[in-house]
Write a protein that binds this ligand. Structure first.
Ligand code: ASP
Ligand code: MG
Length: 420
C-alpha cells in the first residue's frame, strides 16, 4: 500500500485534474490511499468567508462563498458528463452545510466557525476529483475523513486521538481495499466526538497523509507538489538552489525547525516511527525521482539556507540592574505561551535577554506590553534571520556581505545570524 498526497496546485484547473488522474492511472494494480488538498487557493478564500461571517457581514460572506461554489461547479460541468447530476448533488449537500451556518449569527468563538467552514474546501475538491476518476474508469471509493480521523476540540490546531483514529482506519478504510485499489479522502481535517469538524493547522494534509501511512503500514508516502523536490534554498531568493536527492528524517525536522517551508513539521514523526520513506515529487514532471526522505544518513549535503525576513529583535533588560534569573525567565516563557509565539533565536546575558521573533505586530505588541511589567523592553524591527546548515566560511561571507550582524549563534553544523 502507498499513500499519496496531492497539493491544491495539482487540481486547480481541469487540465491539472486530468494530469493528476494520469499519474494515478500509471499506478494501476497497486493499492493507494490518496489524500487531496482543497483546490488552488480555496482555503484562503474560505478564510475570507469566515472573517466576513464573524464580523457580521453576512451578505459578504454569502457572496464570497458563492465564488467558491461557482469555481467548483464550473470544473464539475467541464469534467463530468455521465454522472454529472449525482456529482453535483454531492457538492450541493456540502454547500448547504456551509450556507446554513452562514445564515446564523456567530455565538461561539472564531476558531470553531473557522473549522466548520474551512474544512469544507477539502470535501469539495475530493468529491469532485473522486467522481471524475470514477467517470474516467479509475474506480475508487470516496471517504469522509471526519468519520475516521478523531481529534480533540482544539479548533484550528486540533490534536489527533491516535487510538480511536487507528481503530476507525482499521474498520472503515482497510476493508474498502478489498473492493477497490483506490481510496480518496481528505487531509487537514478531522472531527470531534461530537461530530464537529476540526482542522489540524494550515498545510496539515501532509501530516494527515503520514497518519494514514503509519496506521496502514504503508510502504511509502509521496507528496506531489509543483516543485521538483526539496531544495537547499528558496529558488526565488537563491536562483542557484539545487534539488536534494536524499535527506534524512533528522535533516528535514531540523530544516522545518529553522523555518524552511518544506513539509508540515509534524509529518516526519509518524513516518520515522515506522521507517516509511517519504518521497517529494513533481506532478508536472512525474518522470523525475524528486527527493526521498528516510532514515539513511546523508553525508556531504550542500549548505542548506533558510532566510526569514521581517524579524524583530526584542531586548529585555532587568529594570534594576539585577541578574535575569530563573523567576523572571519562567514568567517570560509563560508570556510566550500565552501569546502563542516562539522565539526563533534567543541569547542570555547577565542583565539582559535578546529574542528574535517573527514580526506579527499584534503578538509583538501584546508580548512587549506584558514583558514591560518586569523588564525594560526595546524593539528593533526589519531584521533578517539567516540560517545555514552545513555552512562553509565562504558561504557565510557571501550571504552576510554588506550586512551588519546583530546576533550570531553557531554550532558545529548550523549557524544563525540576525542581520540588519
Ligand atoms: N488546504 C489546507 C491549506 O491550504 C491544507 C493543506 O493543503 O495541507 O492549508
Ligand atoms: Mg496546500
Amino acid at each position: 500500500m502507498k499513500v499519496f498526497k496531492f497539493g491544491g496546485a495539482s487540481i486547480n484547473t481541469a487540465d491539472r485534474i486530468k494530469n493528476t488522474a494520469n499519474i494515478i492511472r500509471s499506478y494501476k494494480g497497486e493499492k493507494i490511499l490518496v489524500i487531496i488538498s482543497a483546490m488552488g487557493k480555496t482555503t484562503n478564500a474560505l478564510e475570507k468567508v469566515v472573517d466576513a461571517f464573524y464580523e457580521g457581514r453576512k451578505e459578504d460572506a454569502l457572496q464570497l462563498f458563492q465564488q467558491v461554489k461557482e469555481s467548483h461547479l464550473q470544473l464539475l460541468k467541464y469534467l463530468i458528463t455521465v454522472n454529472w447530476q449525482q456529482a453535483e448533488n454531492q457538492l450541493h449537500d456540502f454547500f448547504t452545510e456551509v450556507e446554513w451556518l452562514l445564515h446564523d449569527k456567530p455565538v461561539r468563538d472564531y476558531d470553531y466557525y473557522y473549522d466548520q467552514v474551512v474544512s469544507c474546501g477539502e470535501l469539495f475538491s475530493t468529491s469532485l476529483v473522486s467522481n471524475y476518476l470514477n467517470e474516467t474508469g479509475i474506480k475508487n471509493k470516496w471517504v469522509d475523513v471526519r468519520d475516521v480521523v478523531r481529534t480533540d476540540n482544539n479548533f484550528r490546531d486540533a490534536f489527533i486521538d491516535w487510538n480511536i483514529t487507528r481503530e476507525k482506519v482499521k474498520s472503515g478504510i482497510e476493508p474498502l481495499f478489498r473492493d477497490v485499489d483506490l481510496v480518496i479522502t481528505q487531509g487537514f481535517i478531522g472531527s470531534t466526538d461530537e461530530n464537529e469538524s476540526t482542522t489540524l493547522g494550515r498545510e496539515g494534509s501532509d501530516f494527515s497523509a503520514a497518519i494514514f501511512a503509519n496506521i496502514l503500514d504503508a510502504e511509502s508516502q509521496t507528496i506531489w507538489k509543483d516543485v521538483e523536490g526539496v531544495m537547499n534554498a528558496d529558488p526565488r531568493e537563491f536562483p542557484e538552489a539545487v534539488i536534494l536527492d536524499a535527506l534524512s528524517y533528522r535533516e528535514v525536522v531540523e530544516m522545518a525547525y529553522y523555518g524552511a517551508q518544506v513539509i508540515h513539521p509534524k509529518t516526519i514523526k509518524p513516518l520515522e516511527n515506522k521507517n516509511i520513506p517519504l518521497h517529494v515529487r513533481c506532478f508536472l514532471k512525474p518522470g523525475l525521482a524528486g527527493t526521498v526522505i528516510s532514515n539513511k544518513p546523508v553525508h556531504h549535503l550542500p549548505p542548506v539556507i533558510v532566510l526569514k525576513k521581517n524579524q524583530v529583535l526584542m531586548e529585555l533588560s532587568s529594570k534594576d540592574f539585577s541578574f535575569v534569573e530563573e523567576k523572571p525567565m519562567g514568567q517570560l516563557h509563560e508570556m510566550f505561551d500565552q501569546v502563542k509565539i516562539r522565539p526563533n533565536l534567543s541569547q542570555n546575558g547577565a542583565i539582559s535577554l535578546l529574542c528574535c521573533l517573527d514580526d506579527k505586530p499584534e503578538k509583538i505588541e501584546k508580548l512587549a506590553l506584558a514583558a514591560s511589567e518586569i523588564f525594560d523592553v526595546q524593539l528593533e524591527k526589519n531584521l533578517t534571520l539567516l540560517t545555514i546548515r552545513h555552512y562553509t566560511e565562504e558561504k557565510i561571507a557571501e550571504l552576510t556581505k554588506g550586512k551588519s550582524m546583530v546576533l550570531e549563534q553557531k554550532t558545529t553544523d548550523t549557524i544563525q545570524v540576525l542581520m540588519r
